[in-house]
Write a protein that binds this ligand. Structure first.
Ligand SMILES: NC(=O)c1ccc[n+]([C@@H]2O[C@H](COP(=O)([O-])OP(=O)(O)OC[C@H]3O[C@@H](n4cnc5c(N)ncnc54)[C@H](OP(=O)(O)O)[C@@H]3O)[C@@H](O)[C@H]2O)c1
Length: 257
């Protein structure tokens, strides 16, 4: 019988975790949970006031104000985070937007913008964080925050740019995992179902939106705050040391039915 604590592998002590889109919603939650698990966290987003509040609240946290759609934004974010914290052990590519419109009304410009924040920025960040880890002979874990709408279409929701970006992010996860697996960098994704955040306020306050979320999930409900904590801690920590290239759906069974 083992004498060691089997939950110890889920701790993030001595790890530095960079979380993009940490000024609200899931990213702010990931920052709080990583911090509670012992990590130093670097939080990144555009709203500096929100980041400053979070840094004040947490034990060991740093902020990087960045627009990830600005030219060179992701590269500046990666370099500034490494400079501030000395290294990044875990990257959580969480920043994102979701534009709702029928494909026939969706402009090419809107599509490009969505891809820029939801797919191009995560790629550039992953590349620069992985390069630094590999160059310095350190392991790293990268978590891409995808979506169940990267696995299936949005149905009545109509999110052409989002579906394309998240689907791309899921397969980018597998490609990067295959390129960096022997170099010590693991790459996985979390595909959440519905969680109430600024992004989908409208869906949660609308009867039709509620009905859509309840009908589509095998469990008949959206997620509640905290229900992504376990997936994030698992993929970030040494508890998942033999897991790479995986897309972990946390959705109440959105694709099960
Ligand atoms: N909530 C859900 O039901 C759900 C489901 C599946 C997947 N997701 C994914 O979860 C992630 C987080 O979303 P959320 O629900 O927590 O929404 P949210 O509260 O709107 O958070 C989005 C975050 O992205 C940041 N962001 C947006 N554009 C940015 C830019 N140009 N540069 C830097 N940061 C930017 C925002 O910060 P600033 O505005 O301060 O820059 C904000 O912190 C997204 O990738 C989303 O696709 C969410």
């Amino acid at each position: 019988m083992t004498r060691t604590d089997p939950t110890a592998a889920f701790r993030l002590d001595d790890k530095v975790v960079l979380i993009t889109g940490a000024s609200s919603g899931l990213g702010a939650r990931f920052a709080r949970v990583a911090s509670a698990a012992g990590a130093t966290v670097v939080v990144a987003a555009r709203r500096a006031d929100r980041l400053a509040e979070l840094v004040d609240e947490l034990d060991d946290a740093l902020a990087v104000e960045v627009d990830l759609t600005a030219p060179g934004g992701p590269e500046v974010c990666a370099a500034a985070s490494i400079e501030l914290a000395g290294r990044i052990d875990v990257l959580i590519n969480n920043a994102g937007i979701s534009q709702v419109a029928p494909a026939l009304d969706f402009t090419t410009e809107d599509f490009r913008h969505e891809i820029e924040i939801d797919l191009v920025a995560p790629f550039a960040l992953a590349r620069d964080i992985a390069r630094d880890a590999i160059t310095n002979g350190r392991p790293a874990s990268i978590i891409n925050v995808g979506s169940i709408l990267g696995e299936v279409g949005g149905g009545k929701l109509r999110v052409p740019g989002y579906a394309a970006a998240k689907g791309g992010l899921h397969n980018l996860t597998r490609e990067l995992a295959s390129q960096w697996g022997r170099k010590g960098v693991r790459v996985n994704a979390i595909a959440p179902g519905w969680f109430e955040t600024e992004m989908n306020d409208a869906m949660f306050s609308d009867g039709g939106g509620q009905a859509y979320m309840e009908a589509g999930a095998a469990m008949g409900r959206p997620g509640i705050e905290g229900e992504l904590d376990g997936a994030m801690l698992y993929l970030a920590s040494d508890a998942s040391s033999f897991v790479t290239g995986h897309v972990l759906q946390v959705s109440g069974g959105w694709t099960a039915t």
